[in-house]
Design a protein around this ligand. Sequence first.
Ligand code: FAD
Length: 389
Amino acid sequence: TSTRVAVVGAGPAGLAVANILSRKGIDCVLLEEQSRGYIEQRPRAGFIEEWAVRGLEQHGLADRLLGSAPRHGGFEFRFEGARHPFDYAELTGQHHFVYPQQLLVTDLVAQYVDGGGEVAFGVQDVTLHGIESERPAVEYRDGAGERRLECDFVAGCDGAQGVTRTYVGGRVLRHDYGIGWLALLAEAPPSADGVVFGIHPRGFAAHMARTPTVTRFYLQCPPGDDEDNWPHERVWAELHERLGVPGGAIAEGPLIEKRVLDMHNYVTEPMARGRLFLAGESAHLVAPIAAKGLNLALHDAFHLTDAIEAHYSGDDGPLARYTETCLARVWQYQEFSQWLSDIFHSSTTDPPPDPFRARLAQARLRRLLGSRAAAAAFAEIYLGKAADF
Ligand code: FAD
């Protein structure tokens, strides 16, 4: 069989690419190793920046999101037992849309399938062939046996654990924070309207609304820590200690997800080789410190689909500039995450602090809360309003 674009991976990047290409009238086939039911249940991100929502809307892919996702325009820092609200909507005129990733994935799968899009779930052993030729191919296995799909382009959207990035070669630039976050989902209503970032000597903690009945929490922990070290009682004791303030109690509930993330970032340079173009976490990962990953996946998808459309109109310039275009925003977000990480993690005593860095982080935080110009600069990049420098 053959198509114009083979899209490997049905996460937010691959689903956005496949939907947008279909809407532009460019044939594609979407290949996903998991089942449809599995990807529609996989909880991960939840905060989508307004420019990304508008990008989806422009392609007719945001109806349910716009109809139901609450908008957030502020968060609060909590430290030294007090609440410090930060209103970024007032500074930028923009919001985050709170929409669990699995709902976005569910919507995008449905829109693609309902529109007659071709997809194979449960594929195995994906290999790429001839990516530097004009007619690459993707080979894989499905229930019926070995398959070969010839195409003009391969979109490598198979995430951090995928295979397509191994075909690019190039360099992988990586940063390890040397800390862990215990990522938790609780069947508990949100305890605050917005995000809460708790900066505490026992370690960082965060609260993020997901739905009226489910809340995400994070607790800083040693990297490589074992989830079994975090029974229900310990989790809630630490969350109350690190996030609780007078008038800001934390609501408890059963923990439905508990996993340790070793915080790290990486960027693959370049993001393309021949007719293979990476999009999303196959190319770059940013630790969930500033909730940027899903947004970057969508950013790549918008640019890749525009560039492929331009190719079929005779202009290969956008494809040639694809890496440069995507990485402009990626590096701004990487830098911001690093900057925010210092504020979140430098003041803790566990692991032991560098007292000098801790004071720098505190100065940074005070400036953010005390200077409108500093706050505006922060808000701009927190929401990604302008980040393609
Ligand atoms: P993925 O979502 O990983 O999708 C890749 C797809 O490819 C998967 O469906 C996978 O099954 C499939 N696949 C893998 N290998 C193969 C193969 N060999 N063949 C075929 N298919 C394959 N980001 C935000 O912006 N905001 C947040 O609030 C946020 N919170 C997060 C919280 C947590 C706990 C985590 C882990 C991440 C969070 N992120 C957040 C990051 C966000 O979830 C990711 O950046 C996003 O999922 C990346 O999308 P993607 O499409 O590139 O990759």
